[in-house]
Ligand binder design. Structure first.
Ligand SMILES: NC(=O)c1ccc[n+]([C@@H]2O[C@H](COP(=O)([O-])OP(=O)(O)OC[C@H]3O[C@@H](n4cnc5c(N)ncnc54)[C@H](OP(=O)(O)O)[C@@H]3O)[C@@H](O)[C@H]2O)c1
Length: 220
């Protein structure tokens, strides 16, 4: 069966995680637009990615990118996660929002510091309401590996959300870029993936690993 090709906006796509996901999704054949606070910056970053993925990547301001997409991926620092979503709430209506946010609190990013002990992505589902299908994914996938298109990313993806169909769409995107996505429960369970990010950062530092990942054992 032919794979579905989506129009995907990556908000914060000029950064490390967003550009890595955009690169891989574009190379897999999806129509990707980088979103930014600055349309010119998005276009310049998109030109660079187009050369690397050998597919056309577009760039525009965050609201325009979100407006033109079927699926919106959010890759901005936790400190601006809420404000970035608030600025595009109208454009997100009826869409799938994939939130890769891990609530890191500099300078102690290797220490788990969940806001009020809860999931940062679940808070976005509450903010947006059920007309936006929020899916949590990619918190444990290293940007460095995503950005090296010539090698496979050695990491599984925990996919959490209240809408199973939306989660399945995101698991399909994982598969498109060579990753195994696992449905990992309702959006509140995102807290586990978010906390794991700080654990992985600590492991990277202690064992001098460039981007440790996770594996779910059992399935072949
Ligand atoms: N880096 C990783 O390996 C990794 C792995 C897993 C999960 N994540 C998660 O992915 C998210 C993005 O991480 P990242 O490392 O890609 O972040 P980043 O490179 O520091 O920032 C991503 C983008 O966010 C926008 N941004 C930065 N500061 C902002 C501000 N003050 N106000 C509004 N927008 C701002 C910028 O886009 P514009 O200036 O173009 O608007 C920037 O390019 C984070 O939540 C992180 O926890 C990262």
């Amino acid at each position: 069966m032919d794979r579905l090709r989506y129009k995907i906006a990556v908000l914060g796509g000029t950064g490390a995680q967003g550009s890595g996901l955009a690169l891989r999704l574009s190379a897999a054949g999806h129509a990707v637009t980088l979103g930014s606070r600055d349309g010119g910056r998005a276009q310049r970053a998109a030109e660079q990615l187009s050369g690397r993925s050998r597919t056309r990547v577009s760039g525009s301001e965050n609201p325009a990118a979100a407006a033109g997409a079927d699926i919106v991926i959010l890759t901005v620092p936790y400190s601006v996660q809420r404000g970035t979503v608030e600025a595009v709430l109208t454009e997100l209506q009826g869409k799938v929002l994939v939130d890769a946010t891990a609530p890191l609190m500099p300078p102690k990013v290797g220490t788990v510091q969940l806001p009020a002990g809860r999931s940062a992505v679940a808070a976005i589902q509450q903010l947006a309401g059920e007309t936006v299908r929020v899916v949590s994914a990619f918190q444990n996938v290293s940007a460095q590996h995503l950005n090296e298109l010539d090698h496979e990313v050695d990491c599984d993806v925990l996919v959490c959300g209240n809408d199973r169909d939306a989660c399945d769409v995101v698991i399909g995107l994982c598969s498109d870029i060579g990753l195994r996505g696992f449905f990992a429960g309702p959006i509140e369970n995102s807290v586990a993936a978010e906390a794991l990010t700080s654990v992985l950062i600590t492991i990277n530092r202690r064992y001098k690993i460039a981007g440790a990942g996770i594996r779910i054992t059992g399935p072949k």
